[in-house]
Design a protein around this ligand. Structure first.
Ligand code: NAP
Length: 241
């Protein structure tokens, strides 16, 4: 049975990705950090699409916890394969560099960049063995352009874009692709504090995007329709570069 693992799959963009990949026929492993109720809702939404869903709570920033969770899963499910990994878990802790606290820097780097490393490292050997895999990293416009007030977040996302390009070249011969999507402003709980009315004027399409508009591109990158694309970062930003 073929599974897709989505980190931070319980809410927002991650949840929309879980539903999109379920529609494409994958069973889904939903990782989340602490909000069990939201994770249960995401699980029900996947099951409503006729696919199986499993919840695996762990903090992607915690290397040992990430490794153990995935090792246990592979040991308990020897007949199942993780064909798709979506590294989506991420947080924002915005501040100007001059005011930034050490933990604001560390937490954002540890979850976005450390999480990419910890989870990919746990899943990649199985993909290499199977000679099949699709890895999609959710990065950001901030990682391409750099946004003031987000040196931590921009650094983390830019680093994952670099890692996407490097890893893509390492594993292409193993039939594994590694790509990224870079959303602009997307309506989720992460952007609740950002006033769409105030910011939409700078976006050529004059609106924020939806989680589903990101998920459909992730679905494309997880499908055979993207079979000759690797190392690429696709922007989903309504024209805001
Ligand atoms: P969100 O609504 O805040 O959801 C974040 C998800 O990540 C939740 O499922 C959360 O689980 C999980 N999560 C957070 N920290 C985690 C950790 N340490 N370990 C495991 N899971 C963790 O965020 P979103 O807007 O959907 O963002 C998803 C991704 O898109 C992030 O990487 C973000 O940087 C990126 N992005 C978002 C936007 C945007 O405008 N929204 C733009 C560009 C890029 P819990 O519920 O358990 O906390």
């Amino acid at each position: 049975m073929n599974y897709a693992l989505v980190t931070g799959g319980s809410r927002g963009i991650g949840r929309a990705i879980c539903i999109q990949l379920a529609r494409q026929g994958f069973n889904i492993i939903i990782n989340y950090s602490s909000n069990k109720q939201a994770a249960e809702e995401a699980k029900s939404a996947v099951e409503a699409e006729g696919q199986q869903a499993e919840l695996i709570p762990f903090n992607v920033a915690d290397r040992e916890a990430s490794r153990k969770a995935m090792e246990d899963w592979f040991a308990q499910n020897p007949d199942k394969k993780v064909e798709v990994l979506v590294n989506n878990a991420g947080i924002r802790k915005d501040n100007l560099m001059i005011w930034m606290k050490d933990e604001e820097w560390d937490d954002v780097l540890d979850i976005s960049l450390g999480g990419f490393y910890n989870v990919t490292k746990s899943v990649l050997p199985e993909m290499v063995k199977a000679k099949k895999g699709k890895i999609v990293n959710v990065v950001s416009l901030s990682g391409l352009k750099g946004l003031p007030g987000q040196t931590n977040y921009s650094a983390a996302k830019a680093a994952v874009i670099g890692a996407t390009k490097a890893l893509a070249q390492e594993v292409a011969r193993r039939n594994i692709s590694v790509n990224a999507v870079a959303p602009g402003f997307i309506k989720t709980e992460m952007t609740e504090d950002i006033d769409e009315k105030e910011f939409k004027g700078i976006i050529p399409m004059r609106r924020f995007g939806s989680a589903e508009e990101v998920a459909s591109v992730v679905g494309f990158l997880a499908s055979d329709a993207s079979s000759y694309i690797t190392g690429e970062t696709i922007s989903i930003n309504g024209g805001l570069y």
